[in-house]
Design a protein around this ligand. Structure first.
Ligand code: SF4
Length: 485
């Protein structure tokens, strides 16, 4: 356990996240009561936050490992925070001998800084200097941020995103629950009896959403979950018909449906999607190693991935994404290389590489004792294999984000062939546009560009609560929009 003695109720989150980035899996406790003297045991850090002076001291087993006092220029809270994080980084790097590729950046959207600076016309060289000085970010990650942000800006220029909004619709059912899942998802086997009731109330929320923005252009529509293709072909047809009848599709530039689980896909469902004008789908193998699929509870075969992919192509789907995850239990870099080789035979239009993040609610965490010996040790090499492959195969990175507890502090990256990028992914990551989110556990984000303000309105996660409280969910959005019009 690592104990942090902090003199003020401020910057706790920043301090905690940065220490966790160095010490993954360790418990980090932030305390207010400073002991009279350092005690024997684990690492203890003493952080004294003065008005213009920060004092930092690290002790282990009563032995002083690090000590530093800095004067902080009085130029605002943001600079104070950055200064504190750099000091802490210096201390942790000294003690552990480690460097973090993203430096002191611990947030979800590390590309946002490059994006905003490029948008303001600041040159790449100046941004590189800034990223290094302010955040100690490595040259490699700064270049990646610039590449991604540059591509995002170009793509968003093709979209009138300032006058538009997007829709997300969640279908919280899956054929089975994956080992690492922390999404709002219910196994179809256990919840079959609730699907029709869910659709019935979801239709009500969709109908309401159709009245929210009569003067805005709908830019993108995204059906995720869960796995929307868990619905039957008939249910999908009814849902997509209702969506078409509710919204004006004149300006829609992208219509995505996640067909993630190959065991939920049939030719009939793929045809329904095509007939309703869906422009982009996702078929996710995660790994092409059967043993891994069995361990992570996917309940489908590698053969089903290949079959679903070819059926989708035959049905006319010209923009297919595939997701893979690196760091899955029991995998080595040879397995990732094999997965990439098999994916290369299919040639999807985009490839999203996730780094496994162990979430609190996932079985991988709640039953962690069963998987302790299976954690890969070579995720950095795996990650490099994927980025090398993407480069060789002509995929360009176009969005990236990070999550808590990701193996080796890496990131999730979306790669795509030129012109096959997922616009919705950029909109949600860069928070450039309001996204009305419908369904159980859906989180709407309302973006007020002029005021530089983002507000969130959440639906309840529980399936039964969502069904029982649909009027309240609609009212939450209605009241928010009334109060903020
Ligand atoms: S397919 Fe996705 S949403 Fe469904 S159980 Fe697996 S991780 Fe969760």
């Amino acid at each position: 356990m690592i104990e942090i003695f902090l003199s003020k109720d401020e910057y706790e989150y920043d301090i905690h996240s940065l220490i966790k980035a160095f010490y993954q899996g360790e418990q980090v406790n932030i305390l207010k009561t400073v002991p009279a003297a350092a005690e024997p045991g684990g690492l203890q850090m003493f952080i004294d936050l003065g008005e213009q002076i920060i004092r930092l001291r690290a002790v282990k087993n009563k032995e002083e490992l690090y000590k530093k006092t800095d004067t902080v220029p009085a130029d605002g809270k943001k600079n104070y925070r950055n200064h504190l994080k750099r000091m802490l980084y210096g201390c942790l790097s000294h003690i552990t001998g480690k460097k973090l590729p993203w430096g002191t950046l611990t947030g979800v959207r590390p590309t946002k800084i490059a994006f905003e600076k490029l948008e303001r016309g600041i040159g790449e060289e100046d941004i590189k200097v800034y990223m290094k000085e302010q955040y100690l970010c490595s040259g490699e990650k700064t270049n990646l941020s610039l590449q991604v942000a540059g591509r995002e800006i170009t793509l968003l220029q093709e979209l009138d995103y300032r006058n538009g909004y997007s829709i997300y619709i969640g279908i919280p059912f899956c054929p089975s629950t994956c080992l690492y899942c922390s999404f709002t998802s219910y196994s179809l086997e256990k919840s079959k009896g609730l699907v029709e009731q869910y659709l019935c109330v979801l239709f009500q929320e969709i109908t309401y959403a159709g009245t929210c923005y009569p003067d805005k252009k709908l830019s993108t529509v995204y059906l995720g979950g869960g796995t929307p293709t868990t619905l039957t072909a008939l249910q999908l047809d009814r849902l997509l018909t209702h969506i078409r009848n509710t919204f004006d599709f004149s300006y829609v530039m992208e219509y995505t449906v996640e067909a993630g689980r190959p065991d939920s896909i049939t030719a009939e469902k793929l045809k329904v999607l095509k007939d309703h004008g869906v422009t982009r789908i996702s078929i996710n193998p995660q790994s092409m190693k059967q043993q891994t699929l069995d361990v992570i509870g996917r309940q489908h075969t590698v053969g089903q991935v290949v079959e679903a992919f070819y059926t989708a192509r035959e049905t006319g789907h010209e923009n297919i994404n595939m997701d893979v995850i690196i760091g899955l239990p029991g995998e080595r870099k040879e397995d990732v290389a094999y997965t990439l080789k098999e994916i290369d035979k299919l040639k999807p239009d985009s490839l999203t590489v996730h780094t496994l993040a162990v979430k609190r609610a996932a079985r991988l965490n709640t039953q962690k004792e069963n998987y302790q010996d299976m954690a890969p040790t070579d995720t950095l090499e795996m990650f490099k294999l994927t980025s090398d492959y993407a480069k060789e195969a002509g995929y360009l990175p176009y969005y990236l984000y990070r999550q808590k507890n990701m193996a080796d502090n890496l990131e999730n990256i979306g790669y795509a062939k030129f012109g096959k990028e997922g616009l919705y992914n950029i909109l949600i990551m860069e928070e450039k546009q309001t996204i009305l989110a419908l369904g159980a556990g859906a989180l709407s984000k309302f973006v007020f560009q002029e005021e530089n303000r983002i507000e969130r309105v959440e639906n309840v996660k529980s399936l039964k609560d969502y069904i029982g409280r649909i009027d309240e969910m609609i009212k939450r959005k209605h009241n928010f929009l009334q109060d903020n019009s």
